[in-house]
Ligand binder design. Structure first.
Ligand code: AMP
Ligand code: MG
Length: 419
């Protein structure tokens, strides 16, 4: 098997040749150059894409001063401490302005969104008004300029509306539509190819013989990639044979920006992924002092990023979440994302030995006092995939932690809507 040396120093004496989680994340990040290929997309088809260029406003939103209420547009000079009366001389609807003049002592009926007549500066809510024929009586206390929305108060000409690297959300679709923008320039979607490795794996629909199991990793990976909005190339299950792996890796690297595999990356006699990667590309590291997910081969293949994820189903999800998602976001040109973490009381005791960073599966819940608390999902083996289904967060336990007592504070990383 080919030999290679990690580029950063070892994490600690318990884990020779291992990188810390942070070192591994840094090495990955250092290697990535965001994609520069862009395309023009119709607004709706740009949902979930990353902006290649910033959006600068060339118009005012709203374009005109308008009423924020259904009521009456008046001159503020007519406001009095006491009840006062005004003569209604017209009516303005949204999209249908009042064209006439409004003199002192006069008003018009106005609907929400209708243009404010130039003569008026204040709107009285209709709930504060009594109407008799064309005379209105206004009750209560009122302030000049109330209930008016001003031209450009949302966006004005020259505003930086959205920055380059922003991923387009439903709110953005509306915002861009409010400016009349029909097309945007976005980065091309990433293409991610993946396959599972293992002689024991069968696909759903096939009969299991003794010693065989169903391939679940391709399904979790499919789901997570789908949620990230990348183009998916599923290359199936590949047996633990060097030639088959070689062919599959080459095929994947020809088609995709990023290649993912699961399994075959550890130290077993049929674990060929690192060797194949060293033969066909470069291995940057393959061991991280973490649990689950210690073996994770990272490198390049035909100038594409390669992640050889572990085989165990929980390890696949944890390493994908911690390493692959940030890498895909960076490669896609998306600006740096906040990592949501919080300190919460953990009501379960946690057993752990110092040495490795652990990502335990946790359940965030609302305690009786209304506060958020966390507990573990129970058994934490890397093959217990149902722990990922019932979890809604990771509990992060650093290298030095050697266990957690009941009701101690722990660091919690809620799952984004990606798991
Ligand atoms: P490996 O790293 O290939 O030795 O795999 C570690 C463990 O994960 C073994 O028990 C495998 O059977 C299991 N495993 C590997 N790939 C998959 C997969 N795609 N789906 C479910 N289990 C898997
Ligand atoms: Mg295997």
């Amino acid at each position: 098997m080919a030999e290679f040396t990690p580029q950063a120093s070892c994490c600690d004496s318990h884990e020779p040749n291992s990188l810390s989680v942070q070192q591994a994340q840094q090495q990955i990040s250092d290697l990535i150059k965001p994609i520069q290929i862009w395309e023009k997309r119709a607004l709706r088809d740009a949902l979930g894409y990353v902006l290649h260029t910033a959006i600068i406003s060339s118009a005012k939103v709203p374009p005109h001063n308008n009423s924020a209420m259904d009521g009456y547009a008046i001159h503020s000079a007519d406001i009095s401490e006491q009840t006062f009366r005004l003569k209604q001389v017209g009516i303005a609807f949204a999209g249908q302005a009042y064209q006439g003049q409004i003199k002192a002592g006069e008003c018009i009926r106005i609907m929400t969104g209708a243009i404010m007549p130039a003569d008026c500066d204040t709107v009285i809510m209709q709930e504060h008004v009594e109407v008799n024929d064309n005379i209105i009586t206004v009750y209560g206390q009122h302030n000049a300029k109330q209930n008016v929305r001003y031209a450009g108060e949302d966006l004005t000409i020259g505003d930086r509306v959205l920055e380059q690297g922003h991923k387009i959300s439903p709110a953005d679709l509306g915002l861009l539509a409010s400016l009349g923008i029909a097309e945007v320039i976005v980065k091309r979607k990433l293409r991610v190819a993946f396959f599972s490795t293992g002689d024991e794996l069968r696909s759903i629909g096939e009969r299991l013989e003794q010693g065989q199991i169903y391939d679940s990793n391709r399904y979790t990976l499919y789901g997570m990639l789908k949620r990230l909005g990348v183009d998916i190339i599923d290359l199936g299950v590949v047996p633990d044979q060097k030639q088959a792996l070689r062919t599959a890796l080459q095929l994947a690297a020809e088609q995709a920006d990023v290649v993912l595999t699961s399994g075959g990356v550890s130290v077993g006699d049929a674990d060929y992924i690192k060797e194949m990667l060293a033969e066909l590309g470069t291995v940057n590291f393959w061991k991280i002092a973490m649990k689950p997910g210690r073996p994770l081969a990272f490198g390049t293949l035909n100038n594409r990023l390669f992640f050889g994820l572990p085989g165990n189903p929980v390890s696949v999800m944890v390493t994908f979440y911690q390493f692959v998602i940030p890498a895909l976001q960076q490669l896609s040109g998306q600006s740096a994302q906040i990592k949501y973490q919080m300190q919460l009381t953990c009501i379960s005791p946690i057993r752990k030995r110092a040495g490795r960073f652990e990502f335990q599966r946790g359940i965030l819940f609302e305690a009786e006092n209304g506060q958020l608390q966390v507990k573990t999902t129970g058994e934490q083996g890397s093959g217990i995939l149902h722990s990922m289904s019932i979890a809604n967060c990771f509990i992060l336990l650093d290298e030095n932690c050697d266990g957690v007592e009941t009701n101690s504070l722990v660091t919690v990383q809620p799952f984004a809507d990606l798991i």
